[in-house]
Write a protein that binds this ligand. Structure first.
Ligand code: AMP
Length: 288
């Protein structure tokens, strides 16, 4: 496992080590790694000849500076975990090194920027675009592996790939959850033990709602989810039924389209998001 900190050094390494038909699998992360991240790297390992993982806390995608400052950092622990799943390269750049001299092209996020995560985290997806633009231009991956946990980010990335990197395919990996249902997240480290138990209850309610939707009214399920969040003592930001990848907001179950329930809420100490595919013939076929 090669650790590379410099943008130019990574370009040189890839030039030397990627023969014509080799496929690069890329896994961007912000560190504080857990089993969810490792699932992405394992998938990349199984499907690509050379695997690059980045560890970079991208300040540009934090709309809240406090969240950036409190973001967990533990590079040594991350590297030890990565050793167990065997990427070829870990890219660990400094901000200056990564962005120096970069000119960004036009990228229109369209309506993805004015709803759900786009609405509640202004500038977030612009920051995601900027870092991914630099990574993709540098690494030219055949596949990029990202988690369903950040479903709207996946939609943004599909749009970015279509517009600027048609050679690269997004592989979306299902959300890895703890036994109690809570989606693994680096931010879970900031939950109190009590908040953690209650957050797992919200995730279980979300999963049940996604299963129940085909036979129930969305307005009722939405109301029940909001109540679950509030009864846990949390503040809801949104609970929406969306169609993927447009993120159009839906009012009812549509068996012929790919729908997900997405939610975001605040505990005392942290903001959490989660989502689940609505069970339908289409989602069962695509994402088991
Ligand atoms: P982050 O380090 O939070 O930016 O996440 C890096 C990648 O890991 C993103 O593609 C996330 O969607 C993905 N990821 C985060 N948590 C999980 C999870 N619980 N299961 C699967 N993928 C995840």
């Amino acid at each position: 496992m090669e650790i590379i900190e410099d943008r130019q050094a990574l370009a040189t390494y890839l030039e030397k080590n990627v023969p014509g038909e080799a496929s690069i699998g890329f896994v961007p992360t912000m560190g504080a790694l857990h089993e969810g991240h490792l699932a992405l790297v394992r998938k990349a390992r199984a499907n690509s000849s050379l695997v690059v993982v980045s560890l970079f806390i991208n300040r540009r995608q934090f709309n809240n500076l406090d969240d950036y400052e409190k973001y967990p950092r533990n590079v040594q622990a991350d590297l030890s975990l990565l050793e167990t799943v065997g990427p070829d390269v870990v890219f660990l750049p400094e901000e200056d090194n990564l962005f120096r001299g970069v000119a960004f092209p036009v990228f229109d996020l369209g309506s993805l920027d004015d709803r759900l995560e786009g609405k509640f985290r202004p500038g977030h997806f612009r920051g995601v675009f900027e870092v991914l633009w630099v990574f993709f231009s540098l690494i030219r991956p055949r596949y990029v592996f990202m988690g369903q946990k950040d479903l709207q980010q996946c939609a943004v990335v599909e749009k970015l790939l279509k517009q600027h990197f048609p050679f690269t395919t997004l592989c979306m990996v299902p959300t890895v959850r703890d036994k109690d249902g809570l989606a693994l997240s680096s931010r879970n480290l900031r939950l109190t033990p009590e908040e953690r138990i209650k957050a797992a209850g919200v995730s279980r309610a979300l999963l049940s709602a996604a299963n129940a939707l085909p036979g129930m009214a969305w307005t009722q399920l939405r109301q029940d989810l909001l109540e679950t969040i509030h009864q846990a003592g949390f503040s809801s930001e949104y609970v929406e039924l969306i169609q993927y990848p447009e993120f159009s907001m839906e009012q009812r179950y549509k068996p012929g389209s790919l729908q997900a329930i997405c939610l975001a809420y605040y505990t005392e100490s942290v903001r959490l998001i989660d989502n689940a595919w609505v069970k339908s013939p289409l989602s069962a076929g695509l994402f088991s």
